[in-house]
Design a protein around this ligand. Structure first.
Ligand code: ADP
Length: 177
């Protein structure tokens, strides 16, 4: 499904973050060292090839809520924005730190003139953030920023499972400007 907020299209899809050919940038749910790992980071680094870790290593470590940008290497996207989500129950306040991930990613996208971007559900894997709460924070943060976005016109959420897609679609349906 998709929904428009101040001229920005927000969409939810089931799929794999490494397979978003029509997005200029993809977001990595990174670790502090910007290394490969499990989940999203593992998939992104495998698809991008070793050049990604090499380029990213010069910017590590990053703190929860921070984001950095690299090129896409062997991915079909021009850029990768790497952000470190909060570990649920450890990095506090977790909602503010998660919101910062989205704000900082949007800021980097704008600074680089990016028009389309795909996000995974940051922090909802090994970092343990409950899916529904995370979706509320993510959408509320993006919708609040929508009026400030000049270049970015398409923001996609890529959910791994049909259940995660369902949760996101329900929350997005409830969101108002
Ligand atoms: P974090 O460490 O921020 O929790 P994870 O990579 O463990 O990040 O998981 C974040 C979310 O991304 C989880 O909901 C997980 O199911 C999902 N996910 C894992 N692999 C992929 C993928 N290849 N594409 C899209 N989403 C993925």
């Amino acid at each position: 499904m998709e929904k428009e907020f101040s001229g920005v299209t927000l969409e939810c899809r089931q799929g794999d973050i490494v397979n978003q050919k029509d997005c200029e940038a993809v977001v990595n749910a990174a670790n502090a060292q910007l290394e490969t790992g499990g989940g999203v980071a593992g998939a992104i680094h495998r698809a991008a090839g070793p050049g990604l870790a090499k380029e990213a290593s010069t910017m590590a470590p990053i703190k929860p809520g921070e984001a950095v940008i690299t090129t896409g290497h062997n991915l079909p996207n021009e850029y990768v924005i790497h952000c470190l989500g909060p570990v649920y129950g450890r990095d506090k306040p977790e909602d503010e730190l998660l919101a910062r991930c989205y704000r900082n990613s949007l800021k980097l996208a704008e600074e680089n003139g990016i028009t389309s971007i795909a996000f995974p559900a940051i922090s909802t894997g090994v970092f343990g953030y409950p899916m529904e709460e995370a979706a509320k924070v993510a959408f509320a943060t993006i919708i609040k920023q929508a009026t400030t976005l000049k270049h970015l016109k398409k923001i996609r959420f890529v959910l791994h499972s049909s259940k995660d897609l369902e949760v996101h679609e329900k929350i997005l349906t409830e969101m108002r400007e």
